[in-house]
Each structure stands twice: as C-alpha cells, then as structure tokens.
Design a protein around this ligand. Structure first.
Ligand SMILES: [Zn+2]
Length: 51
C-alpha cells in the first residue's frame, strides 16, 4: 500500500475537504484553491476555518 489516498468515507483531511465554522459548527465542503479563510459561513457569516 502506497500512495495513501485510498480511504474514502473516513474523516481526515483530504485534498479539498471541509471547512467548518468556528462559531456555529456549520460545515461545507470546499475545493482546492479555495481556502476556508476566504469563505464565510452561510448561516452566521463568520469566517470559516479548516475542519
Ligand atoms: Zn456559522
């Protein structure tokens, strides 16, 4: 086993992955090149952070 990208469905930081709102806990998935700190929570408007 090499490569290390074989596990889907777990938690863990993949490429892309999720952003989480530190304020309300709302999570969104995001894609590469779109940093969490550039996103705002759709629920409360706080800056998102990396999950
Ligand atoms: Zn929020």
């Amino acid at each position: 086993m090499s490569g290390g990208r074989g596990r889907m469905g777990g938690r863990g930081l993949g490429p892309g992955g999720e952003c989480v709102c530190p304020n309300c806990g709302y999570r969104v998935s995001h894609s590469r090149g779109e940093p969490c700190y550039n996103k705002t929570c759709p629920k409360c408007g706080a800056k998102m952070t990396r999950a």
